[in-house]
Design a protein around this ligand. Sequence first.
Ligand code: KG4
Ligand code: ZN
Length: 364
Amino acid sequence: MTAEPQFGKPVRILGIETSCDETGLALLELGPPAQDGQWPKARVLGQALHSQIDLHKTYGGVVPELASRDHLLRIMPLLTTCLEQANTCLDEVDWIAVTEGPGLAGALLVGVSVAHGLAAALNKPLMGIHHLEGHLLSPLLDAGSQDLRFPFLALLVSGGHTQIMQVDGVGQYTLLGETIDDAAGEAFDKSAQLLGLGYPGGPAISKWAAKGRADRFEFPRPLKNRPNLDFSFAGLKTAVLTQVQKLQTPPSDEDRADVAAGVQAAIVDVLVHKCMAAMDQTGLKQLVISGGVSANALLRDRLLSAANKRGAKVFFPPLQLCTDNGVMIAWAAGLRLSQSVVRPEAGDPQIMARPRWDLASLAP
Ligand code: KG4
Ligand code: ZN
């Protein structure tokens, strides 16, 4: 089905996210595009989220088969919770938006299949959304981001991605640099695993680091001084392993805290350095940070002060939208509708699970 956005009345968008280990549903109400170039007003009417952290933590990482089964188990009850919270029913939904990719194939298939089923049963249009576009545009949902304008820079830092993009408009993303091996979130997760701090590693490292001395152990900052905007975090895992092997077994709490502080400092240092280099290279003075790692308090502080010194501004998503959720998917769909950049496949049965999907390929 094809459908033009009807902005005479608010548009209600159901967002569905199942790309990894969070099942996220949200119903977002989007007002008309503001005349003065402001982002459209949006209200989250209902949202339901289930994290599979407990399911995967014994394995130290996400087990794809378990993830798909759990999405299947959770998705319909979460839809009911979301609609109850919004005090509405499916008939009141105008659009359905679903994460098509990238992510785990089996996990994506659950969300995409449910979305197709709902769209067909309700005779509503369906839009496929790129997961990273959801992260990338989520800071715009924050009331403090009303003065953010295109073009801007964006740092996407999650468990699977570390990329610096230039954003010229909705759907117009140019990759400026990315990790050549592990993602920043992966570096947090693997370091936490080596220290026996549990999963997911980012929040655990950040908590332990608060009690540690960042200067006791020196960890590498690969590619930091190269002029390009690429990252490399694989060597950090080896450095942490080597350091942990030199400590007593199991490491004392003090050792753990000091290693955690050192690793966090190394990751944050490189991320901040490359973001500032991106500003210098492009001349852009607005930077959006998103993805799970954007919840990191040290990263937020360091970016804010470094940007401040350059007279630049940094925008973060609200904390509860840093990790995967359905709201960001509905919001990305809403921005596409409001800017009339609905991908040609909107409502098309070709909307499918795309485990590998390049964000830059969304360009109109
Ligand atoms: O975006 P996300 O929820 O899922 C992916 O698409 O990957 O990101 C999850 C990643 C994990 O690697 C997790 O350890 C990291 O985000 N993370 C953090 C923090 N909270 C989550 N990393 C550092 N500090 C945090 N506070
Ligand atoms: Zn994500």
